[in-house]
Design a protein around this ligand. Structure first.
Ligand code: ATP
Length: 590
């Protein structure tokens, strides 16, 4: 498939304002790719060179792209920089210089998908002495062979700023449309995605083997499983009723979720975060312990990593744990607060898929694999048959500084990538506040008034994720909880991803001063969920009388953006509606 054709589809994607429009464009485009191209085309459309969990970085820095554009068109660096200042987009800059190039017909090679993709891989993989010149040379060659429109997307891809706005769910839907497009095929594709998180691989299997290949896809080491998530209920009674009178109750640790993949034969370990980023380098002590302490040849297990003081028995909260994540000082931090992994699940063991086995079986196997006395411990738990037992355990956990509890259905499988009642969380609640914090996606920002306006940042427009429609729906503006330092940080982060128009997957009535690409997640605490005609969260239909949900008195509680959450990991519309009902219930009862 020629890259020229891909570029035309990318331009269409950029110009569509509806998500369904995106699905149509994507499925038409993907159905034109050959079997040996589809994997690369999917990654390219995601703006990556490998599945995102592999963390392969794009290879080009802005100033090298400037030099490449200058060299490919016969203009000076200064001239390129001047146009870039005006457009603010290196892709458009490359396109402009392609149009007025003084060096026509340097190459007549027509670019195709695999050629462009492999050239980018080469650019990314070039390092060491003389690598800058080599990278520039490769990009110049690509630009010289590009049409005007191709130059736009080649440049953006090289810089890692392609941002077509198609989320994973949209790409999955396009793949489903490519096959039969019915609900059944969509479900099967979603299942496959939940156990391997690799859209390129799924697309390849679909083209190569059809739906039967998709159905037979198995858990694979080093391809992370999408995490199981917990529902909420307000009382021990309701939890127990839902669990048919008996369940496990585990401590809910406020740390950092980690999925560990172990291949002992090759002495290979990888750790993945909640949003499936590779975090192996951030937790060297846990990676090391996994190879020594787990008695298995191959395994995938999951737990919560947090700093724990063995002497005082104190747990350190999430914010402190995440500080370790910042690259600097990993060594010092690991000495100051020893990290432990509180393991709570087992998904794969020595060639056998454990996802479909009941929780109790997974847990007892997990306990046989690890002694539980080293860096890897087990999550604390009891088996409860009365609400009193649950309440007592809950109080005791709160007392020791934990967040609450997670109740687990003893007979349920591991339900990858979904929030189900097989896990139910109960957190401590404060008077006059929602018991749970809410994770929101930033979709725009305001200048604010007075001093803030002068500074250039006054607050955020934030949204929840509607996973049924795969869109982001506004729920609140956030104007409090900012420190001077994080205002500065928001300003510079958001400026880089600002958009002239409302992004296609954003559903909003109100307009911020600047739209941004839905990319960053923040955590807020609020007093209450209310109904509002201003917000689109949970709003049925576009009628002016329709109401959505909003947050009352939201304030930022995360220290900046949540690095462990992607936009699709934000609180969902469905959760907000459930929390609204819970809140009403609690009010009536109190
Ligand atoms: P939260 O902000 O409450 O952690 P979340 O959206 O990240 O919510 P949920 O599925 O709602 O995730 O809640 C479960 C989370 O609790 C898991 O993601 C995990 O990080 C954490 N956790 C801590 N202890 C446990 C445990 N024993 N079992 C399962 N999850 C646990």
């Amino acid at each position: 498939m020629l890259f020229d054709e891909v570029s035309t589809y990318y331009e269409k994607l950029e110009n569509t304002s509806s998500r369904l429009g995106m699905v149509d464009i994507l499925s038409e485009m993907l159905s034109k790719a050959k079997k040996e191209e589809i994997r690369n085309l999917v990654y390219m459309t995601q703006g990556v060179l490998a599945p995102p969990f592999e963390g392969v970085q794009m290879g080009m820095a802005e100033k090298f792209a400037e030099r490449s554009i200058a060299m490919a068109s016969g203009f000076s660096n200064e001239e390129v920089v001047a146009v870039y200042r005006k457009t603010g987009d290196m892709g458009l800059t490359a396109e402009e210089f392609s149009k007025k190039s003084k060096l026509r017909i340097m190459s007549k090679r027509r670019l195709d998908v695999n050629y462009v993709f492999n050239a980018m891989l080469k650019i990314a993989g070039t390092s060491g002495l003389g690598s800058q010149d080599a990278k520039i040379k490769m990009l110049v060659e690509l630009l010289a062979a590009s049409s005007h429109l191709e130059a736009r997307y080649v440049t953006r891809f090289a810089l890692g700023t392609l941002r077509l706005g198609a989320g994973d769910a949209t790409i999955l839907e396009a793949l489903s449309k490519m096959s039969t497009g019915d609900r059944e095929s969509k479900k099967k594709l979603e299942n496959a995605y939940n156990i391997c998180s690799d859209l390129g691989r799924i697309a390849y299997i679909l083209v190569d083997n059809g739906m039967s290949g998709i159905e037979h896809l198995k858990v694979t080491l080093f391809s992370p499983i999408r995490p199981a998530l917990a529902e909420r209920l307000p009382t021990a009674e309701e939890i127990l009723k839902r669990m048919n009178g008996k369940c496990a109750v585990e401590s809910k640790y406020d740390g950092f979720r980690v999925q560990i993949h172990i291949d002992k034969k090759n002495r290979k370990v990888q750790l993945f975060s909640r949003n499936l980023e590779n975090t192996t380098d951030m937790f060297p002590d846990i990676a090391k312990a996994a190879l020594i302490e787990v008695a298995a040849k191959e395994a995938i297990l999951e737990g919560e990593a947090l700093a724990y003081d063995d002497v005082t028995g104190e747990f350190r909260p999430f914010q402190e744990t995440i500080q370790r994540k910042r690259k600097h000082g990993i060594e010092e931090k690991s000495l100051e607060f020893p990290l432990h992994l509180f393991a709570f699940d087992l998904m794969y063991l020595d060639g056998e898929d454990y996802l479909s086995k009941p929780y109790e079986e997974r847990r007892s196997k997990l306990e046989k694999l690890v002694s539980g006395e080293g860096t890897i411990r087990f999550s604390n738990r009891i088996i409860a048959t009365t609400p009193k037992q649950i309440d007592k355990y809950f109080e005791q956990e709160i007392e020791s500084g934990l967040e609450g509890i997670v109740a687990k259905d003893l007979s349920a499988p591991y339900i990858a990538g979904a929030r189900k009642f097989s896990w139910i969380k109960l957190k401590r609640s404060y008077k006059g506040e929602l018991s749970d914090t809410i994770d929101l996606v930033i979709i725009g920002y305001y200048l604010g008034r007075g001093q803030r306006a002068e500074f250039g940042f006054g607050g955020l427009l934030a949204a929840v994720y509607n996973d049924k429609k795969d869109v982001f729906e506004t729920i609140t503006r956030i104007g409090t909880g900012f420190t001077e330092k994080n205002m500065q940080m928001f300003k510079s982060l958001l400026k880089k991803i600002s958009k002239e128009r409302k992004p296609a997957r954003v559903d909003a009535i109100i307009e911020p001063n600047f739209w941004v690409e839905p990319k960053y997640v923040v955590t807020v605490r609020a007093d209450e969920i209310t109904k509002s005609p201003m917000h689109t969260c949970g709003r049925e239909g576009p009628s002016p009388d329709a109401t959505g949900y909003a947050l009352r008195f939201p304030r930022l509680v995360s220290d900046g953006v949540r690095e462990d959450k992607s936009p699709e990991d934000a609180t969902t519309t469905k959760e907000i509606i459930e929390m609204y009902k819970l809140q009403k219930k609690v009010k009536v009862e109190s």
